[in-house]
Design a protein around this ligand. Structure first.
Ligand code: DX5
Ligand code: ZN
Length: 218
């Protein structure tokens, strides 16, 4: 019953053509869009925020939008992102350890699905007590901030633990995932696959997306 979903990250696409690049990914078989929001504080980089997501939504009314909130104050952007038409709000647990339940509740009240993300140095213990309040756990397989980094295979025990204990949970991996690393993710039990440069820089997006999916489903 747990479907495998492929969610390309547009971070390293030609952002001057965000709509065209996003639509192309969807036409080539993407199941959802993974939109990387960065505030220059939680991570040492800037990307785009809710005004851009809202414009994208007007051009793409139906696709599932996940925002990966690499921001210092995730609570602050819940309403603007809901208003922009976001379906799933995935926030990092690290800056908000005391307020996680409140953030989860507000995301739900705003009508979005709840995702909780873990940086590589954050252990499973930090998220354990909140899993029942989340729709998805995102296990980062690079330090958040930039696309095109190397996959950290030593994150797979976190995915394995989650899958073993939560057979029906959406478990997402993000960072350095491509044709050479998807196998490890699939074996560990991830079912939501974010992939940026591996898809964007490929000459045949459709083939890469299909083959990522095939590896997870087999
Ligand atoms: C990293 C972002 C990722 C990244 C994925 O901070 O969260 O979504 O853009 O890109 P690749 O697949 O190139 O690592
Ligand atoms: Zn991301």
């Amino acid at each position: 019953i747990l479907k495998c979903k492929i969610g390309p990250s547009v971070l390293n696409a030609d952002l001057s053509q965000l709509y065209i690049e996003s639509q192309k990914l969807l036409d080539n078989g993407a199941d959802y869009l993974h939109l990387d929001v960065m505030d220059g504080q939680f991570v040492p980089n800037l990307s785009f925020g809710h005004p851009v997501v809202k414009c994208l939504r007007t051009k793409i009314p139906n696709a599932f939008f996940e925002t990966h909130m690499m921001v210092q104050d995730p609570e602050k952007w819940i309403e603007p992102m809901a208003d922009a038409g976001v379906d799933q709000y995935t926030f990092h647990i690290e800056p908000v350890l005391v307020n996680v339940l409140k953030v989860c509740r507000k995301i739900k009240e705003a009508g979005m699905k709840v995702g909780i993300a873990l940086k590589p140095d954050t252990g499973i213990e930090a998220v354990r007590q909140y899993i029942d309040h989340a729709d998805l756990i995102l296990v980062m397989t690079v330090e958040p901030g930039f696309g095109g980094q190397s996959f950290m295979a030593n994150m797979m025990p976190k995915v394995q633990w989650l899958r073993k204990n939560y057979p029906l949970l959406d478990i997402e991996v993000d960072g350095g995932v491509g044709l050479n690393t998807i196998n490890a993710c699939a074996e560990a039990g991830a079912n939501m696959i974010v992939s940026g440069t591996a898809i964007i820089s490929s000459g045949d997006q459709r083939a890469v997306i299909a083959s990522l999916r095939e590896t997870v489903e087999s």
